[in-house]
Design a protein around this ligand. Structure first.
Ligand code: URP
Ligand code: ZN
Ligand code: ZN
Length: 462
């Protein structure tokens, strides 16, 4: 069915204008200052609203087995929550099990993702390097369009890899025109500090951030940048949380390294005081890595986002339920790491970013959608409202208000990081490839309607 969105203000990253949009066959067919309605088409009145590209969340973990449990959201609930919050595409991570061929892991992730209601693509986590790894990675790039390799510099004894693997993988990525991603924390240093606290009987969640101080992150970001620089790889640092990480990014960029990074909505909004709450369950619900930081780091993240040192935002959506956190009741090192905000990213970014004057609406579009589309090879199909692109559109009411509450969310966690936050600026409607999938609080997306997003290597600079 053809849809005409009338009377709104279209916001792209490079400007805003009053215009109508016609959507046909899932694609944006026409954008003009006035479009006359055609017989039989649905007309959506966007008067007083902003019409923006759907959000792209480049960092999610759905249906992910981690730290002796599994994330609360699967691909159906996670992508449903995404659509409700205005995010129309996600990029999730494939994790091969010990010794599992990468293709088998990829097949398994396709199986898990089948119920998705939003479009999705994959990064591949490089968690080992053996004689097969290079050919397996080449195969995923060529046949699956998986053009981003993820590396964990932390989680010693788990997914962590050493510099030897980083060097080999980055060098291959450079050859293939693939983007390298890193979770940048010095895993040996984290391990040392964790063991020290545990030996001293310091076992509560308040020691989680102390075992991962900002230096742990700054060192790893700098090391990853130096390795990328030496082998000519393009680098994207996920979930930057602190000033030393931003400083390392800025230094790398100033000397011409092709490096950028991501900030998470939760790191922009929440400070480390949550870990000192006397309610163990509440403090444990905030255990994620890197941890929340003192407030000066949040201000630095906002400034880095506005200036472009950090180009994208994501969620690292990996929510766990209270019962899962109890795995770490006797020591913080066993609390599953991860938090969820796939549904709230855009609302938090708008409320704290645009309403406060830290971001313009155009910058909001850039950091929630366009920059990720460019960095990950989805642009201009996604991340831009223009003729010929996918009709992934949100209709945003800048004057609307709501209160974020776990009781109202589509995410399956029993907790919300932003509980009680009153936000101004709300998503009235989500359109995904031309389908109205969320409207005035109601989701109507058919299970499995999400499409897989193969991506091209050598994407444009973010
Ligand atoms: O604590 C986190 N961030 N959990 C999810 C896995 C990761 O490190 O991205
Ligand atoms: Zn991570
Ligand atoms: Zn993650």
């Amino acid at each position: 069915m053809s849809v005409l969105i009338r009377g709104g203000t279209i916001v792209n990253e490079d400007g805003s204008s009053r215009a109508d949009i016609r959507v046909r066959g899932g694609i944006i067919g026409e954008v003009a200052s006035y479009i006359a309605p055609a017989a039989g088409e649905r007309i959506i009145d966007a008067g007083g609203c902003l019409v923006m590209p759907g959000g792209i969340d480049p960092h999610t973990h759905l249906d992910y087995p981690f730290m002796a449990t599994r994330t609360a959201d699967d691909f159906f609930s996670g992508t449903s929550a995404a659509l409700a919050g205005g995010t129309t595409a996600i990029l999730d991570f494939i994790f091969p099990e010990n010794g599992q061929p990468l293709r088998d892991a990829c097949v398994e992730w396709h199986r898990r993702a089948r119920p998705s209601v939003a479009d999705y693509g994959f990064h591949i986590a490089v968690t080992r390097w053996d004689d097969q790894t290079e050919s397996e990675l080449r195969d995923l790039v060529d046949r699956e369009g998986i053009t981003s390799f993820k590396h964990f510099m932390a989680y010693k004894g788990g997914t962590m890899v050493g510099d030897d693997v980083l060097i080999k993988s980055f060098a291959l990525a450079a050859k293939l025109g693939v983007l390298c991603l890193v979770h940048a924390e010095n895993g040996d240093l984290v391990h040392y500090l964790q063991q020290k606290f545990v030996a001293e009987g310091k076992l509560g969640p308040e020691f989680h951030p102390l075992s991962r101080p900002p230096e742990v992150e700054g060192e790893a970001v700098n090391r990853a940048i130096c390795i990328a620089e030496a082998v000519g790889a393009r680098l994207y640092v996920v979930h930057n949380s602190c000033i030393p990480a931003i400083e390392a990014l800025r230094r790398g960029q100033m000397r011409g390294v092709d490096v950028t990074g991501e900030a998470l909505a939760c790191h922009l909004a929440i400070s480390d005081e949550v870990y000192r709450d006397c309610d163990w369950v509440f403090a444990a619900a905030h255990v994620m890595s890197p941890p929340f930081r003192p407030p000066e780091h949040q201000e630095a993240l906002w400034a880095a986002l506005a200036s472009g040192v950090i180009k994208t935002t994501g969620t690292d959506h990996a929510g766990f339920r209270a019962e899962d956190r109890l795995l770490g009741r006797s020591k913080f090192t066993d609390i599953p790491n991860g938090t969820g905000s796939i549904e709230d990213r855009l609302h938090v970014l708008w409320h704290l970013g645009v309403n406060s004057g830290r971001l313009t609406p155009e910058q909001f579009v850039r950091v929630t959608s366009s920059a990720a589309a460019r960095a990950f090879g989805l642009y201009p199909k996604k991340g831009l409202l223009a003729e010929g692109g996918d009709a992934d559109i949100i209709i945003w009411d800048p004057a609307g208000e709501r209160t974020i509450r776990a009781a109202d969310q589509h995410q399956r966690t029993d907790f919300n990081l932003f509980e009680g936050m009153r936000v101004r600026g709300i998503n009235r409607m989500t359109i995904s490839r031309g389908d109205v999938v969320f409207e005035e609080g109601e989701l109507s997306a058919r299970e499995g309607r999400g499409e897989y997003l193969p991506r091209s290597a050598n994407p444009r600079a973010a």
